[in-house]
Design a protein around this ligand. Sequence first.
Ligand code: NAD
Length: 335
Amino acid sequence: MTFRVFQVDPIDWMMPYEYEHEAMQKLGGELIIGNCQSDTDVIEQAQGAEILLLSWQPLITPRAMSALSHCRLIIRWGVGYDMIDADAAAERGIAVANTPSYCTEDVAEHAIALLTAGARRVPWFQERMRQGGWPQAQANPIYRMRGRTLGIIGIGRIGSAVAWRARGLGLRVIAYDKYLKDDEVRARQAEPVSLDQLLAEADYISIHVPLNKETRHMVDAAVLQAMKPGALLINTSRGPVIDEQALIRVLAGGHLAGAALDVFEEEPLAPDSPLRQMEHVILTPHYGAYSVQSWPDMRVELCQAIADWVQDGWSKQVVNPWVRPNLRPRMPVEA
Ligand code: NAD
């Protein structure tokens, strides 16, 4: 055995991690399934592991990174790696990677599903039909989507996949992305605009930025109020990108047509959250990434990152590449 991989917080449906055990064996390594509830558990259980796998919980703290001298790579099962401090990892010579591509199409499809359901008010009608009603005459304003404007905030992998689909619906697509040049935004089938212009012009806004210090509460009360009256807000990125309390207030005030949310500031969403009672709000339980195809793709993508790491000493899925010159040296594997 030449290297050890440690799964910090296993997920029930993935047990017993048969695919991963087999993949690690083929590479000459070993996978250990942990059961950690705290960073102290991680420090105790993950000793000797070169690679740590994390599902969701923020358990690999800087304290754990410092204490685990064998650790050189942390991989997040998923796209967003906001529960790992990638800067703190780099300072300690540890690379952080993710599985960036397995669900791009799925999240884009989910965002489009929320957009079309919200624009056509499908859940509102469904609820009344279930109650025995026939609410044809109470449709409130429903606008034809063709010719209206979708504003995308963050036009990376998922944002571009949304833009491509939205063009097919006949929408005008505009996008604000702080880190892309105008030509790059145009190449993704969207008109580049400033955030202010996007807020003023978009009938629908779909958020696709990562969660980090800069984007936490990026959509605050001022941004929500600057949105076009009657606009629909869609979020499939991360809950804390929106100030949820401010959103609840703005929705209650009637400035927006509604919101369609797959992600929340706290998950699971509290049973008594006012969002659950608002009839112009569509809610799904953070499952945008899921499809029959995406879960197996995620497993392949993660194991490929490990194969590259073992064979080439690096993976293109590393998200803090500035660590490379200071990467920790490999330590001998203890029996
Ligand atoms: P990506 O890195 O390809 O794209 C993110 C884009 O946001 C980039 O183009 C980046 O330049 C831009 N950006 C970053 N900071 C910005 C800022 N301050 N203002 C404007 N633009 C900014 O990522 P992706 O694959 O498109 O995924 C986006 C996010 O979606 C992930 O980080 C993750 O949190 C979330 N996600 C959610 C689900 C789900 O199940 N709902 C699944 C996968 C991913």
